[in-house]
Design a binder for this molecule. Structure first.
Ligand code: NAD
Ligand code: ZN
Ligand code: ZN
Length: 340
């Protein structure tokens, strides 16, 4: 099969022929319909994050059709040809995190595309049917980004909901692949005012189309004062940072109000000092790590209802290097999906 493989950090992906996987006991082979191009793969491919052995096929945002079952995997509610999304946080299935339904928190960390081979290829080997959810009529190309670009902000926004009472505000930084969904979840699930901070004018416009009450350019003169004013007199109840560089974390912690919650999602490696007087009293800082399989089922239901919309650009897998170049320069509208 064709796969886009990373051989060297900082180099381009190489499209090459590799053996098509054969599913072993309990495993399922998926024919990829589409794989979302996540900014995390840009962090990985550039060598910013360590720990992945090369050569490797990245791609952790996958959907497609059931191609074949390994021994014992048939007869569990899926048929050959079914359209499915792949829950990507594959864990051991036995530890307390996995049994508690948060397999993405398992320390075994067997995420397809970050260890086991991923979906920038024609086929994907999935270790168990429990990682597959029927799309329920959704086009699998359009459904692929739901598995991460939508699931991650969904889980992050859910953490913030107790803070988001009427009259309070949420500041969302970075309205790209993930942020486009974050804006929608905030509007669908909370009464809060949504203040988007985004440097790209096209993405600010998209965020407002998706329901953001205001969208501010952080590079504008007096941007901090403007964000503070839009956040209300008590400061932001919630900050969601989908970028995660020093400057966004500094800005986010500066606008956070008393008892507010800062949720870091972006993996750009930034940090912010944690000190009593440097933050509003009783401010809380946390991170959010992907989402659970059950949360993915909830995201799929929202997408099927039509309440959640996806802004997607489709590209052939052969254009993966151009796609990641564009992603790095902020030139993707919503999420790019690679189609083999
Ligand atoms: P993206 O490139 O599609 O979106 C990032 C957005 O941030 C872009 O719209 C860009 O214009 C904007 N931006 C960049 N710098 C900015 C700044 N200083 N101020 C305001 N806006 C700025 O990326 P994505 O795929 O949405 O991923 C976002 C981040 O989330 C990445 O770091 C990615 O690795 C991370 N991520 C984390 C998880 C998790 O589980 N925690 C899951 C998926 C992705
Ligand atoms: Zn991702
Ligand atoms: Zn586990």
């Amino acid at each position: 099969m064709k796969a886009a493989r990373l051989h060297t950090f900082g180099a381009e992906f190489v499209i090459e022929e590799v053996p098509t996987p054969v599913p072993g006991p309990g495993q399922v082979l998926i024919r990829i319909a589409g794989a979302g191009a996540c900014h995390s793969d840009l962090h990985i491919a550039s060598g910013e994050t360590q720990g992945i052995a090369l050569p490797h096929t990245l791609g952790h945002e996958n959907a497609g059709w059931v191609e074949t079952f390994g021994h014992g995997a048939e007869g569990q509610g899926l048929e050959v040809g079914d359209a499915v999304v792949v829950f990507g946080g594959w864990g051991c299935g036995h530890c307390s995190f996995c049994l508690g339904g948060k397999e993405q928190m398992c320390d075994t960390f067997l995420w397809g595309g970050m260890g086991p081979e991923g979906g920038y290829a024609e086929y994907l080997l999935v270790p168990s049917t429990r990682h597959l959810l029927p799309t329920g009529g959704l086009d699998p190309v359009l459904a692929a980004p739901l598995t991460d670009a939508a699931l991650t902000p969904y889980a992050a926004v859910k953490k913030t909901l107790p803070h988001l009472t009427a009259g309070r505000s949420a500041v969302l930084i970075g309205a790209g692949g993930l942020g486009q969904y974050g804006v929608q979840f905030l509007k669908l699930l909370s009464p809060a005012k949504v203040v988007v901070v985004e440097s790209d004018p096209g993405k600010r416009a998209l965020a407002q189309t998706l329901g953001a009450d205001v969208a501010i350019d952080p590079l504008r003169e007096n941007a901090l004062a403007e964000i503070q004013e839009e956040s209300g007199k008590n400061g932001a109840a919630v900050v969601l940072d989908f970028v995660g560089v020093d400057s966004t974390m500094t800005l986010g912690s500066a606008v956070l109000g008393r008892g507010g919650l800062f949720v870091l999602v972006g993996l750009a490696g930034g940090s912010v000092p944690f000190s009593f007087l440097g933050l509003a009293p009783e401010a809380m800082l946390t991170s959010s790590n992907w989402g659970s399989r059950n949360e993915l089922a909830e995201v799929l239901a929202l997408a099927r209802s039509g309440d959640l919309v996806s802004t997607i650009e489709q590209f052939p897998l052969s254009e993966i290097n151009e796609v990641f170049d564009r992603l790095g320069r902020g030139r993707i509208n919503g999420r790019a999906v690679l189609v083999p």
